[in-house]
Structures are given as structure tokens and as C-alpha cells.
Design a protein around this ligand. Structure first.
Ligand code: SF4
Length: 320
């Protein structure tokens, strides 16, 4: 009996990754340009998902049979409100839980916030995560409180995303791997790796031998961007689902053979540098700092895995 169940489970997933969460980056564009942002969100960024693309992603997610929830992120997803609302409707109709991560720029008062949230509540939105920390200039700002008040009134669960300052993030304990970031430490990747690391205490590069935050070997969630890239960590892709269906991509993903994930799994950023003979400094703030710097140096060698340019600080202004 037990043997049958195990075999069935393996067959159901081709013996591969069992994804539970899809995190959709609806856009790279944002109203803000925070120093700790690891997707380089900015008013100057481009890359916006279309309704047709979102449907195709949902169809591929449904085909997996294991997806339980959709999280809408960005950039700032409320910038494309119509798409966001339709996304919540369609995800709920497919039986998935839904959540949104936002900086709440739209919550100019509790009454105004209600105007934005009421249709989302009627569509079934389960959870709203609002940035509320000094990185977003939010310690004195009423937007997050207005959003939380309106959400509470409408029966939407809310959580505050409060990230520590950079100095107190160094050496702080890591949260559980692969979980949605609701607080805690700065992740020193993306813009944070450039803007927030100067002056911080560093550790010898030879000690950075793990990936502390993402489940690269057996991920239960992925981020999918408007270009179709499927990310295990921001800017670290396993493929593009507009070219290769998600089921096929996951089925053929062999972590040890992935040129970036393989070394990271076996020995962290130190092994990544060693595997590809990447010149590196003696010390970095933490694993993500070194990993992001090494990945930056490997961009031209592994363009299909270290992509898109937006994740490496190239602001695109093509109007999309
Ligand atoms: S070590 Fe690299 S892959 Fe792991 S969480 Fe940090 S940046 Fe991402």
C-alpha cells in the first residue's frame, strides 16, 4: 500500500519538483526605487504581463496539478489594476488561494483604500502583504495603515512586510528557506547588493558555502516574470515557460546539472566561484552578496539561466 502511494506520487510529478506556489511578477515597474529591492523595481523599468500571458501561465500551473496558491507581486502590481483584479478572479475560479504584495501607494486614506480593495475582496482575495518599513520611507507614512484598515474591514487578511536596516541584517538568523519574505533581514542581492553593502562587516568568501534562503534542489515555489522566465531566486532562471511548458521544464530540471544551481547546492557561492573560475574578493557581507556578484560576472557565459537584464540592474524604457 505504502509502495503504491509513493509510486503514484512519483508518477504524478514525474519524480520531480512539486510546485505549490506561483509568484507572478506582473511588472518590473514600481512607483518607488527602494535600495533593498532585489528585482530592481523602478518607475523607469519595463516588462508588463498581459492578460493572455497570465492565462497561459495559469493554464500551465493548472496542468501541474500541485499548485495551491498564486501571489501577485512586482514591481508594484496595483499599477496594472485591471490585470491584477482579473488575475485574482481567475486564480480563485481555479481553486487557488491568492495574495498580493504591494507598497500601498494607492491607499491615500482608509476610504480611498476601500475603493481599490472592495473589488478584490469580492473576487475572493485572501491576503494582502504591505510594505511598512524605513526602506519604503514608511515609518511615518499612513498608506500602509490605511490599506490594513480597509482590508480588515473587507475581511482580507493583512500582513506587514517590515525589513530590518542593512547593518542589523548582517549575521541575523535566516528565516525558513523558500518562504515568502514578510520581514526580517535585507537580502543582499539585486539593488541591495550594490547600494547597501558598502561599509558593512564582511565574512571570508571561503565560509560562504550554502544557499541560505532558497530551495534550489526541490523548490515548492517559483517566481514567473512578465517575460516568462521562471526564477528559483531572482535572476536565476530554469527556463522560459513561453518557450518550454512548465511541466516539461520542471520534469527536465536536474539541479546538479544546472550550471548555477548545481554549484550553489553543493557548496554555496564559494563553490559557484570555484566551479567557473570566477575572480572574487576575499570577503562579502553574506552568501547572497557573493552569489549575486558571481552571477553578475557569469552573465555572458550563462545568458539563458542568468536573466533577464532587469534583474541585473538594466532599466529598460521601451514603454511596455
Ligand atoms: S545564495 Fe544566491 S541563490 Fe541562494 S538565496 Fe542568496 S542570492 Fe539566491
Amino acid at each position: 500500500m505504502t509502495r503504491d502511494i509513493v509510486d503514484d506520487d512519483l508518477n504524478a510529478t514525474d519524480g520531480k519538483v512539486l510546485l505549490r506556489e506561483l509568484h507572478l511578477l506582473l511588472t518590473y515597474r514600481c512607483t518607488m526605487e527602494c535600495e533593498h529591492c532585489f528585482v530592481w523595481g523602478s518607475p523607469q523599468q519595463s516588462g508588463v504581463m498581459t492578460l493572455d500571458q497570465m492565462r497561459r501561465i495559469f493554464d500551465q500551473g493548472e496542468d501541474l496539478g500541485s499548485v495551491e496558491s498564486i501571489c501577485f507581486e512586482g514591481g508594484e502590481p496595483f499599477l496594472y489594476y485591471g490585470l491584477l483584479l482579473e488575475g485574482v478572479r481567475q486564480a480563485q475560479a481555479r481553486g487557488w488561494k491568492t495574495s498580493i504584495v504591494s507598497n500601498a501607494y494607492w491607499a491615500t486614506s482608509p476610504d480611498d483604500a476601500r475603493l481599490w480593495l472592495q473589488p478584490l475582496a469580492e473576487a475572493g482575495l485572501n491576503d494582502l502583504l504591505v510594505s511598512e518599513d524605513d526602506h519604503h520611507g514608511r515609518s511615518e507614512d499612513p498608506h500602509a495603515a490605511s490599506a490594513a484598515a480597509a482590508a480588515g474591514h473587507l475581511g482580507i487578511d493583512t500582513s506587514a512586510i517590515a525589513i530590518r536596516d542593512a547593518a542589523s541584517s548582517v549575521d541575523a538568523p535566516s528565516p525558513v528557506k523558500g518562504e515568502v519574505i514578510k520581514g526580517g533581514t535585507v537580502r543582499f542581492r539585486g539593488r541591495a547588493s550594490i547600494r547597501l553593502t558598502p561599509g558593512l562587516r564582511k565574512r571570508p568568501s571561503g565560509e560562504l558555502v550554502t544557499c541560505p534562503h532558497e530551495e534550489l534542489a526541490n523548490p515548492v515555489r517559483v517566481h514567473i516574470d512578465p517575460l516568462g522566465y521562471v526564477h528559483l531566486c531572482q535572476g536565476l532562471a530554469i527556463g522560459n515557460l513561453f518557450q518550454t511548458p512548465l511541466r516539461e521544464m520542471l520534469s527536465s530540471y536536474v539541479p546538479e546539472r544546472h550550471p548555477i544551481c548545481g554549484p550553489l547546492i553543493s557548496g554555496g557561492p564559494a563553490a559557484l566561484a570555484s566551479a567557473h573560475t570566477v575572480p572574487h574578493a576575499d570577503a562579502y557581507v553574506d552568501e547572497c552578496h557573493m552569489c549575486y556578484e558571481m552571477r553578475n560576472r557569469l552573465l555572458t557565459r550563462f545568458p539563458e539561466y542568468l536573466t533577464p537584464a532587469q534583474m541585473y540592474g538594466v532599466a529598460r524604457q521601451d514603454g511596455s
